[in-house]
Design a protein around this ligand. Structure first.
Ligand code: HSE
Length: 310
C-alpha cells in the first residue's frame, strides 16, 4: 500500500458550555488529502490547493503533526502530502485540526495502524500548538475519534468519546471576518465567580447525560455558556440576532463555534437544521459581511479513508 486519499473532517469545539473540553465532528465539511510513502525521510508537502499556506513541514500544521508521529515511530520513514483545503483557516471549525488529524490518521493507516485513534491525538495536538500557541485537543479529538468527545485532561491526555443522538444535525454560519484564536482567548476573564462556575459544570454534566439518554430537551437546556460566550460575543457581528433567529427557527441551541467567528446551532433532524440555515441567512443577507452556511449531520467516525492509491 503506497498511498491513501482521505477526508479530514471539520469540527465544532466548546459546544457552548464545554470551553476547551467538548467537541463534535462534522460530516459534510472537511479537507481532502492524499498521503503517499516517500523514499525521502520526513514529511514533504508537495501541494496545497484552496489556500495559501506554507509548504515547509515545520511551518505547516500537517507537517508538524506528521513529524511528531514519525519521531515517535521511526524518523527514517518518509511521506508526501497533498492537501485540498476546503475548510478556511481561522473560520472556527477546526481547519488546522483537520489537516493535523488527516495527516496522522493517513500515515498511521499506511503503517498498518500501529497507533489507536486516541494515541494519535497528541501528535495532532502539536499542529494546534503551531497554529495558535496552545496544544488544545477539543478539535483534534473529534476529528480523529468522530462524534462527540470530552477532553477530561491534556496532561496526561484523557479523552472520552461520547454517544451521538442519531437525529442531531448542525448548522454553521461563517461570517468572513478574521477573529484570531489568540485574540479570542485574550478577551477572556481569568477569574470566574463560583455562581457561574456552578451553572457551567451543571450544564456540561447535563449535556453529557443528554447525549447518553438521547434527551433532546435536556440537550437544549444545557446549551448555555455562562462564562466564555458573554466575553466573546462582541467579536462576532450580529451575534445576538443570530441566536434569536436560531431559537425562533426551532434550534435546540446555538453558540460560538470554537473561538469564532463561526456560529453553530444544533437541531433535531436535517429539516430543522436547514430551517435554521435559512434563518441565519435572513440575518446576514442584508449586511455587508460575506458569509457561508453549512448544514451537516454529526459524523460518527473521525478521518475517513476514501481510496487506496497505487
Ligand atoms: N477551545 C478553543 C477556544 C478552540 O475556544 O479558544 C479554539 O480552536
Amino acid at each position: 500500500m503506497h498511498g491513501v486519499k482521505l477526508f479530514a473532517p471539520a469540527s465544532i469545539a466548546n459546544i457552548s458550555c464545554g470551553f476547551d473540553v467538548l467537541g463534535l465532528c462534522l460530516e459534510n465539511i472537511g479537507d481532502i488529502m492524499e498521503i503517499r510513502r516517500s523514499e525521502k525521510a520526513g514529511i514533504h508537502i508537495t501541494s496545497i490547493k484552496g489556500q495559501v499556506l506554507p509548504l515547509e513541514a515545520n511551518k505547516n500544521v500537517a507537517g508538524v503533526a506528521g513529524l511528531a508521529l514519525l519521531e515517535a515511530h521511526n524518523p527514517q520513514l518518509g511521506f508526501e502530502i497533498k492537501i485540498e483545503k476546503k475548510i478556511k483557516p481561522g473560520s472556527g471549525i477546526g481547519s488546522s485540526a483537520a489537516s493535523a488529524a488527516g495527516t496522522v490518521a493517513g500515515i498511521n493507516y499506511l503503517l498498518g495502524n500501529p497507533f489507536s485513534p486516541s494515541e494519535l491525538i497528541p501528535f495532532a495536538m502539536e499542529g494546534e500548538r503551531l497554529a495558535c500557541g496552545s496544544a488544545h485537543a477539543d478539535n483534534v479529538a473529534p476529528a480523529l475519534l468522530g462524534g462527540f468527545t470530552l477532553v477530561r485532561d491534556t496532561n496526561p491526555l484523557d479523552v472520552c468519546k461520547l454517544p451521538t443522538p442519531l437525529e442531531l444535525a448542525a448548522t454553521v454560519i461563517h461570517p468572513k471576518i478574521e477573529v484570531k484564536t489568540s485574540d479570542a482567548r485574550a478577551v477572556l476573564k481569568q477569574r470566574v465567580s463560583l455562581e457561574k462556575a456552578i451553572k457551567q459544570w451543571a450544564n456540561v454534566g447535563a449535556l453529557v447525560s443528554s447525549l447518553y439518554e438521547e434527551d433532546y430537551a435536556l440537550l437544549s437546556r444545557a446549551l448555555v455558556d455562562e462564562i466564555v460566550e458573554p466575553s466573546r460575543a462582541i467579536l462576532i457581528p450580529h451575534f445576538a440576532k443570530i441566536k434569536d433567529a436560531c431559537k425562533a427557527a426551532g434550534a435546540l441551541g446555538s453558540g460560538i463555534s470554537g473561538s469564532g467567528p463561526s456560529v453553530f446551532a444544533l437541531s433535531r433532524g436535517m429539516t430543522n437544521a436547514n430551517k435554521v440555515a435559512q434563518a441565519m441567512q435572513e440575518v446576514y443577507k442584508d449586511t455587508d459581511i460575506p458569509f457561508e452556511i453549512h448544514v451537516s449531520p454529526i459524523k460518527q467516525s473521525g478521518v475517513s479513508i476514501l481510496e487506496i492509491l497505487k
